[in-house]
Design a protein around this ligand. Structure first.
Ligand SMILES: [Zn+2]
Length: 442
């Protein structure tokens, strides 16, 4: 309380980490008069006053009745305020840093459990590249954020939110579903060979680490968080990527566009070898949709400029959200343009969102509703595939994945990427591979 009130400090996980990592000399400068005054006046004194009170224990029968009654009141209250759950989930980190005593008790517990590596990584079995493996294949996985298929033109939305990807020939897979409604759960699922059947007790090596260990050059660029720990050839945050732009104007680097900055040069430097690039977007992450795209991308207006979404009109909220989708559309277009400069290099781009989003339907906003009660808009996601001619002459999408009844979900990513590289390993499941060799298909 002393540090929160006097210094405006938020006791979040990072702050608890700082407390554990501080030195006596550093911490002792805060132990002045106000510290001891606050401890005495707001800590010791109220505690003493409470300790002085005589406790009268209620009758056993009363205590027996109060428990089910309070549980009932709590359940009713939770149900009545259920529309605020996603908001609470979304802001849980900030709230957790502000609510006493949860902030220091809960965050200390989390800090300690994070420090102890309770789940060591289970490495996947080694594999070999098959005879038909493409030695210079470039695979790019774009992981979207909070993009729901309902607002994509290719999934039946009446608005043209995808002018670029449609023109570029991105192929939409039918009715894709996400594993979960929150970022870290879906990322774990996308990058695991077990997909949505993964166990929370075994921490299997994620796709990016596995490919890197098998000799594929792996680059992970992020404008987001909630990712499994990456042990790859190059890991860069967006701010690291664009930090060099402070000294000169290096073009369009607004939000996710920063992830593309210098990518061409990077790939050139790696030489034409097996490359796996992951671009983790901030995409359509709310509630500040209006800040996720530059002003020039305000295609639909007027837009909601508040983070209190229920105060905005339905149309202005949709407008701001649709602008984020249109900006992702442009991002994917620029990415495909960037790789088209090397037409001879077989290239595959997969774009899959982590989960969908609620925009006020049934009083729900954002995402994070538990799967059992999550509305379709939080789980129906876009999954787009782009390939160049050089890739198409070696591999193509199996027709079964383009049929309306196909069960497309995030489980396909791991096996399609491993299959594209033709990495032969016991953990590869051909049933979940989007692609087949052109020769074997004929
Ligand atoms: Zn997310």
């Amino acid at each position: 309380m002393h540090f929160m009130v006097r210094y405006g400090v938020v006791i979040d996980l990072a702050m608890v980490g700082n407390v554990f990592n501080t030195r006596v000399s550093e911490a002792s400068v805060y132990l002045g008069f106000t510290f001891f005054f606050d401890v005495a006046f707001f800590g010791v004194l109220p505690a003493w006053l409470i300790a002085m009170q005589k406790i009268i224990f209620p009758r056993f029968l009363f205590r027996l009745l109060i428990a089910p009654f309070s549980t009932f009141v709590f359940l009713v209250w939770a149900f009545v305020t259920s529309s605020t759950w996603p908001w609470i989930g979304e802001h849980s980190k900030q709230l957790g840093g502000l609510i006493l005593p949860w902030n220091y008790v809960g965050n200390t517990w989390m800090h300690v459990s994070n420090s102890i590596d309770v789940k060591p990584v289970e490495l996947l079995p080694d594999g070999d590249f098959g005879k038909s493996s493409i030695p210079n294949l470039l695979t790019i996985l774009v992981i979207g954020e909070s993009a729901r298929s309902a607002n994509f033109r290719q999934y039946g939305y009446e608005r043209d939110t995808q002018p670029y990807t449609i023109e570029k020939g991105f192929v939409p897979l039918p009715s894709p579903r996400s594993c979960t409604t929150y970022t870290s759960g879906s990322l774990e699922c996308i990058l695991s060979h077990m997909g949505n059947k993964r166990s929370s007790f075994i921490n299997y090596e994620p796709l990016q680490n596995y490919l890197s260990r098998m000799g594929v050059h792996v680059t992970w660029r992020t404008n987001n968080w909630g990712e499994p720990k990456s042990i790859v050839d190059l890991y860069q945050t967006r701010s690291e990527i664009v930090s060099e732009c402070e000294s000169y104007n290096c073009g369009d680097i607004y939000e996710d566009m920063g992830l593309l900055h210098g990518l061409e040069v990077l790939l050139e430097k790696n030489g034409a070898r097996r490359d796996f690039v992951v671009l983790h977007q901030t995409g359509s992450h709310g509630s500040n949709y209006f800040e996720k795209y530059p002003d020039s991308f305000e295609v639909f207006s007027p837009v909601c400029r508040s983070i209190q979404l229920d105060l905005c009109s339905r149309q202005s909220l949709l407008n701001s959200y649709d602008n984020t989708i249109a900006y992702t559309d442009y991002f994917l277009f620029k990415l495909s343009e960037l790789v088209e400069s090397k037409p001879n290099r077989p290239t595959l781009i997969l774009y899959v969102s982590d989960h969908g989003e609620s925009l006020g339907e049934s009083g729900l906003y954002l995402h994070g509703t538990p799967n059992v009660m999550a509305p379709d808009v939080q789980r129906n996601i876009p999954f787009l595939v782009w390939t160049n001619e050089a890739f198409q002459s070696a591999k193509r999408i199996k027709s079964k994945w383009l049929r309306p009844e196909a069960e497309v979900n995030q489980n396909l990513v791991f096996h399609s990427v491993v299959g594209a590289f033709d990495l032969q390993t016991p953990v590869y499941n051909p049933e979940l591979d989007l692609f087949e060799d052109v020769e074997s298909a004929e």
